[in-house]
Design a protein. Structure first.
Length: 92
């Protein structure tokens, strides 16, 4: 599965490359040299959701830390799937 570069509209971004895109850094397209990234809101949404889940599991449900970490790992996996399927690659 390849994704289009927003600069040259060619499918040059691999699945693995998109998985590891981080809004704090810019990445270069191999074809055109344009810089690409994903929007900052993805990091903010993930952080807020993670904090809410930790609060609910730890404080409200009074579950242990192992259970909390397991759920957070699941949330991280779901986050990556959402990023792959729905978050656009933007020009940086």
């Amino acid at each position: 599965m390849m994704f289009k570069c927003p600069h040259c509209d060619k499918k040059t971004i691999s699945l693995w490359k998109k998985l590891f895109l981080d809004p704090r850094y810019k990445y270069e397209c191999k074809e055109c040299g344009g810089y690409i990234n994903i929007p900052y809101y993805t990091l903010i949404v993930f952080g807020v959701i993670s904090l809410i889940i930790v609060y609910i599991i730890s404080v409200v449900l009074n579950k242990g830390w192992i259970y909390t970490l397991f759920i957070l790992a699941l949330v991280a996996i779901i986050y990556e799937v959402i990023v792959l399927l729905f978050v656009p690659i933007i020009k940086k």
